[in-house]
Write a protein that binds this ligand. Sequence first.
Ligand code: GSH
Length: 223
Amino acid sequence: MFTIWGRPTSARTQKVLWALAETGIEFEMVLASGTMGPDGSVENGGEPYGIVDTPAYRAMNPNGTVPTIKDGDFTLWESNSIIQYLAMKYAPDLLYGGDLETFASASRWMDWEGNVFLPHQHTLVMNLVRLPPEARNPDEVEKARRALLTPLRIIDDQLSRTSFIAGENFTMGDIPIGMRVHRWFLFDLETPDLPHLRRWYEGFRLRPAFQRHIADPALHLSG
Ligand SMILES: N[C@@H](CCC(=O)N[C@@H](CS)C(=O)NCC(=O)O)C(=O)O
């Protein structure tokens, strides 16, 4: 039995759901969150899904964050580590071509997503979607937009040389950055010409796993 605890609007949960759908394994999802629930975010008066503050959940994930997975007796948190686990256990050929160097290259882009792209996109999410309108800061939005232009160009440059982020085939490395790039376009901010990134984006958007768990704008734009 494979279980994931998370919420559908969480970027980190979405990445894992995309990877799970790529593997095709059966899983159960338990809705869990301290900050959002069925009626939106706690910031906007909604009730959270909960669970993350219970002793049973904290015993699995002491951070009280989502996602967490349980595969049989094995428990794991940290979204990108979960994706790497899924890749190695269930889909090495599909998610890294069964090749160590491709795995390392994809893994590097996954770290980069968390270290370089995510902090600025988090600012955008808060100031465009999650915070109540009176608490949003347009200067912060512009600063974060500008800060993301460099990483977007780095992705575009990589994709001018390879079809996908870690080589000629789709890998697990495309999942975290792909989700972030989708969010970037949904925010509809001023964007430079990024022809290689656009070509890659138009391609992976057709994947059924992306369509199922990432594509819907409401998953990214509802606070
Ligand atoms: N580095 C962790 C971060 C986990 C994290 O902060 N998740 C967010 C959702 S994207 C969260 O739990 N937010 C609070 C909540 O929903 O209760 C990971 O990648 O899994």
